[in-house]
Ligand binder design. Structure first.
Ligand code: CTP
Length: 396
């Protein structure tokens, strides 16, 4: 099965090897997962919530009985794409096999429709105990991946099968179990979204209609494909952007500043934001009375993407967008692509407000090599993946 998103719950059971899950958490983040940790109460004897909060960058709540109004087990179960329990103790294996729900983790597992991976770790006697063997058989028969433990030294003097497996093997078995589609792993993608605003006075601004949906779709798709994503967001409301570094800006000058910091570090930039072409020559410090609002003197803003193209390394890929009304003139768009010095340009027709705010889009992807791809009516999510595919070809 292919995972569409990369939200993962890491359940931590009460075994001494719980500390090894700190490394597992990091490696799962490396392959693009946003990780939420749900420890069992007994595991907190080995590793505390602060460790999980610091490593995951998210709050950790092991209890079913806090934030009850949010129905935490259902919220957790619906918000995840994969559940990994490591270490999975004999007790947890027994509970999950028998549908016992007595804490947040086991309730979440019971309520979830996501794939489940269990990483048992326990003393050999417990792993080979007939009850555990029967539980593992039951769990595997239900399509749950139960990873074989390693053989080796246990806590104390013991030796045998039951060790927490090497983290690299766990990640590799998870990758085989679910198709992670991580073709952008190791790439750093910079995305701008929304529209910049230029203040006229403390209450008015020059702005535009960009909803930011296309940029957000690209940022999320890139994250889901394993990229490290930086989003420069201008004046748009966000939903869940876990795993995406977000820099909020208002004006073109602020966006330029953010890009000057982030662009040198990225492999590709998707300049989906609508940048205000001009700004008032001066911002009035007080609200202008309407009688005095006859005209506003403007000065041009710099062309941000064209300026970045001039400083870009040969390996960096630049993608621009052109929103045109009645965009039938592909030649004009090809000239724009050349003028801005970008590799790809998505040309869409926004006549009649057809695209702004919509979840759907249509247009052409123009390539610096002169080729073009027609993109008939499709979702912005679909176009996001198509644009990433094209950028990936250029990234090599
Ligand atoms: N862009 C930019 N800086 C600007 C204006 C636009 O980086 N000051 C970027 C946009 O983010 C977009 C692309 O350039 O990716 C095309 O924007 P568009 O407004 O179509 O281009 P303009 O250069 O403003 O051309 P036009 O004269 O057609 O308005």
């Amino acid at each position: 099965m292919t995972l569409q998103g990369r939200e993962l719950i890491l359940g931590v059971g009460g075994g001494i090897s719980a500390y090894k899950s700190a490394d597992l958490l990091r490696r799962l983040q490396d392959v693009g997962f946003g990780v939420t940790v749900i420890p069992t109460r007994s595991s907190l004897n080995f590793v505390g919530t602060s460790t999980w909060e610091a490593l995951s960058g998210r709050p950790v709540n092991p209890s079913l009985w806090s934030s009850v109004h949010e129905v935490p087990h259902i919220k957790a179960a619906r918000g995840t794409n994969l559940i990994v329990v490591a270490p999975a103790t004999a007790d947890l294996l027994a509970k999950i096999a028998n549908g016992i729900c007595d804490d947040l983790l086991t309730n979440t597992i019971s309520a979830s429709k996501s794939p489940i991976v269990l990483v048992p770790a326990m003393h050999p006697e417990m792993w080979l105990n007939q009850a555990t063997v029967a539980n593992v058989t039951t769990l595997r028969a239900r399509g749950i991946l139960v990873i074989e433990p390693d053989e080796g030294r246990m806590t104390g003097e013991d030796f045998g099968v039951g060790r927490y497996p090497e983290v690299s093997r766990i990640v590799s078995e998870i990758s085989k179990f679910v198709d992670l589609n991580s073709d952008l792993l190791g790439k750093r993608i910079l995305v701008t979204a929304g529209g910049t605003r230029e203040a006229i006075d403390p209450v008015r601004y020059i702005g535009n209609n960009s909803s930011g949906k296309q940029g957000l779709a690209i940022a999320k798709a890139a994250r889901n494909r394993g990229a490290e994503v930086v989003l420069v967001s201008a004046n748009i409301a966000h939903e869940n952007l876990d795993g995406i570094k977000t820099i909020s800006v208002e004006s073109t000058a602020q966006m330029q500043e953010a890009l000057s910091q982030e662009f040198p570090l990225c492999d590709a930039i998707f300049m989906a934001a609508a940048v205000a072409d001009a700004k008032p020559t001066r911002i009035n410090s007080e609200k202008i009375k309407k009688g005095a609002l006859n005209s506003i003197d403007l000065e041009a803003n710099p062309d941000l993407i064209a300026a970045l193209a001039k400083t870009a390394k040969p390996s960096q890929v630049l993608i621009a967008f052109a929103a045109e009304t009645g965009a039938k003139d592909i030649k004009a768009a090809q000239d724009k692509l050349a003028r801005k010095g970008v590799h790809l340009l998505f040309l869409n027709d926004v006549s009649d407000g057809a695209i702004f705010g919509s979840d759907m889009t249509s247009g052409f992807i123009l390539n610096v090599d002169g080729s073009k791809i027609a993109c008939p009516q499709q979702s912005k999510d679909t176009l996001a993946d198509l644009l990433l595919d094209q950028a990936l070809i250029k990234l090599g």
